[in-house]
Design a protein around this ligand. Sequence first.
Ligand code: PHE
Length: 385
Amino acid sequence: MKKIISLFCIILLLTAGNLFAQEKEFVEEKKEPIRVGVFLDMTGQISMFGIATHNGVKLAVDEIDALGGINGRKLEIFLEDDTGSPEQARRVVEKLVSEDKVHAIIGEVASTNSLAAAPVAQEAKIPMISPSSTNPRVTQVGDYIFRACFVDPFQGETMAKFALFELNIKRVAILGDVQSDYSKGLAETFKKTFTELGGKIVIEQSYTQLDPDFKEQLTKIRKSKPDAIYIPGYYGQVGIIAKQARELNMNMPLLGADGWDSPELWKLGGKALNNSYITNHFAIDNPATEVQKFAAAYKTKFKVEPDALAALGYDAVYILADALRRAKTTDGEKLRDAIAQTKNFYGVTGKITNFDASRDAIKPAVILKLAPQYNKFVYYTTIQP
Ligand code: PHE
C-alpha cells in the first residue's frame, strides 16, 4: 500500500511539474514578439517587386500590431535583401532560420528565388508563405511551403482562353525569359491550352534578363505574322520589348501576366503598351470595400498606389495572422497545420476558398487592360478558378 501511495505521489509531482513548465513556456512565449522573416529582392533586377511587397507586409503588420498583435504578441519583421539572386535567397533564409530564429517566413516573389530558398525552410520545419510565386514547383518542395496566390497553369490557361474566345486571336508568338522558371512554366501552360482549343503557336523566341535589345527575336516573330505576342516576363524587359515591337511596326496585341505589374512598366514602355492585356491577382479599380480601404491606407502611408505585389504581401501577412490566432502557438508543425486549414479567407486579392493538397491557394484571377495614356491597368473581368 505504501508503495502504491508513493508511486501516486511521484506521478502527481511529475504532472504538476509538467503543467508548470508548460504554463511557463506559454507565458514566456506570450511576451515575446512573433518573428516573421521576410526575404525579397530589394536592390536587384526586379527590386520594384520587393519594395512593393515589403510595403504591403509592413502595412499589414502595423495594422495588426496597432490592434494589440496576435493573442497578445506583436509581430516583428526580419527583412533580408536577396538582391534577386537564387543563391543569395538561399543564404538569407539560412540566416533567418539559424540566427534570427524566425517563426515563419514570407517570400519570395520570383519563383526561381522561392524555389532556391524553400528547401531551407522545409528542412527547418518553419512555415514559408510565398506571396506571389506562381510556378507550381514552389510548393512541391514540401509540406511547410505555401503560397498566397494562384498558380501558373491557371494563369496561362486563363489568358489562352481569353485570347481565343474574347479577342478572337488564332495565331500567337511566344517570347519568354529562358532563365525564369516562372516564364518557362507560363509559356508551357499557355501553349498547351491555346493549341488544345484550336489556336496555333507560330513561333517561340526567348531572351534573358540581361539582354539590352530584343529586335532580333522580334524581327523573326514579325516574319511569322502572329495575331498577338504572348510575353510571360517581368516588367523590366516587357517595357522595352513593347517599345521595340512598335518601332518595328508590329502593332498587334501584346499579352502578358502578373510579371508586368509595376509602375516602372509605364516608364519603360509608355504608349507602346497600348492594345495589351494581362492576367493578374489584383485590380485597384475593384470597388469592393476591403480593396478600397486597403488602397487608401497604402496610398496614405507610401504615397503610391498599391500593385498586385503590395496586395499579395498584405494578404500573406493576414493569412499567417489568421493561422497564428487559430494555432495559439508559434510551434512550426502546429502553425503549418493551421495554415493548411485556412478556409474562406477574404483577402484584397480575392477570396481564398481553401489551400489544396499542394498548399496552393484556390482563388480567382483578373484580366486587366493596359491604359498607358493614364499609366493604369484597367479592370476587365474576373475569372473564377
Ligand atoms: N508570379 C511571378 C513569379 O512567380 C512573380 C510576380 C507575382 C510578379 C505578381 C508580379 C506580380 O515569378
